[in-house]
Design a protein. Structure first.
Length: 381
């Protein structure tokens, strides 16, 4: 007898409110909503902004559950993370999800009432190796243990690129049930407009993984201004100033879409970028891409981008000046990037997660059926 495929009706999902994971979570929740699936979205790290509240609550079937609980990479979070775990388990009791989808690691080890998926978007150990050439010191051992336990306890681990999945298994060991599901965005939200003579990048200036600082340093040697979206403050709180750099600061999704639409080039010479939603958004808006030459970005963008070694600032300047000087070539690279970006659609991402959720439910149902068949029948014989 063949079992019918299990139906997912409710998902409990966690998200950070800072950076790409927030946009990823809302994009996926919107896609799940179109399939009649309700999403309880629990936030960690910081309270959502008013704009984030509005965006989340515009999605049919999504309920927002905000908190101030920290994430595992933050400073000394462990007592608060235990309280966050109690809160999340209470949410699971109240919402009765069919799937628990965690976009962080440590709570994968909780006694959840439903199959657990952990999505590996980034991690401290792979970041350190990419940026500093070696893993972090022993101060991060407790973090490693928490991530390792969460990953090992999950029913499935998902990553947005094969490079990220490989990094996770390098630092935390082989995992029995994994898959790669690429991130996705809706192309209608990011359209090319009249391009202006400017270069755009998005990321905090002092994030050594994004390596936006390299772009700021070469800006005086470029004929076009560099516009940077993100925090320009140093770790000590002072604001940095570079010639030929226009600071935008943090921007709403709508503002950022306008910046992509107007930019003639998008540059991100990243040392660490497991997938890169900002790159995808810029490509959908028709921006030619100049990216860090790292395995994850090669995997995602193939021949649709120009690559430079993250520490080669002269090479970065040469690549940008070459595109600036040749409008026909610049347009051709923009077309290539947009064509490649269309394969990373929100619909494709949603389909991948629906398949993964269904497989998790089917595996759970099959395990229960197997246990039932092994259970002796009392009162007979």
């Amino acid at each position: 007898m063949t079992m019918s495929r299990a139906r997912v009706e409710r998902v409990l999902m966690t998200t950070d409110t800072v950076g790409g994971i927030w946009h990823y979570a809302l994009e996926l929740a919107r896609g799940l909503s179109e399939h009649g699936i309700e999403v309880a979205l629990a936030t960690l790290g910081a309270q959502p902004s008013a704009d984030q509240h509005r965006s989340a609550l515009s999605i049919k079937g999504l309920t927002l559950h905000p908190s101030n609980y920290p994430l595992e990479w933050m400073s000394n979070p462990w007592d608060d993370l235990q309280r966050a775990g109690d809160w999340l388990l209470k949410l699971a009791t109240d919402t009765r999800p069919d799937i628990v989808h965690l976009n962080h690691y440590c709570h994968g080890a909780l006694p959840w009432p439903a199959p657990v998926m952990v999505a590996a978007h980034s991690c401290v150990y792979s970041w350190f190796e990419a940026v500093h050439g070696a893993p972090p010191n022993g101060d991060w051992q407790r973090y490693h243990e928490a991530v390792d336990h969460g990953l090992a306890s999950a029913d499935m681990v998902v990553a947005p690129s094969a490079a990220m999945l490989s990094a996770i298994e390098k630092f935390y060991g082989s995992l029995p049930n994994t898959r790669v599901i690429a991130n996705g965005r809706r192309s209608a939200e990011f359209r090319p407009r009249n391009k202006r003579a400017r270069i755009l990048a998005a990321g905090r200036l002092w994030d050594e993984g994004k390596n936006v600082l390299a772009l700021a340093r070469i800006a005086p040697h470029l004929p076009w201004p560099v516009r940077l979206v993100g925090d320009a403050r140093r770790p000590d709180g002072r604001k940095s100033h570079f010639a030929n750099v226009e600071w935008i600061g943090t921007a709403s999704s709508r503002r950022l879409a306008r910046e992509y639409a107007a930019a003639a080039i998008y540059a991100l010479p990243a040392r660490y970028e497991p997938f890169g939603l900002s790159i995808l958004e810029a490509a959908l808006a028709g921006c030619p891409l100049v990216l860090g030459d790292i395995p994850s970005l090669r995997e995602v963008w193939g021949r649709a981008a120009l690559y430079v070694k993250p520490d080669d600032e002269r090479g970065l300047a040469n690549a940008l000046n070459g595109l600036i000087a040749n409008g026909i070539e610049r347009q051709a690279w923009g077309v290539r990037a947009r064509h490649r970006a269309r394969r990373y659609s929100a619909a494709r991402m949603t389909k991948g997660y629906l398949q993964a959720y269904g497989d998790l439910l089917d595996s759970r149902a099959a395990a229960h059926l197997s246990d039932f068949r092994r259970e002796p029948v009392k009162g007979l014989g």
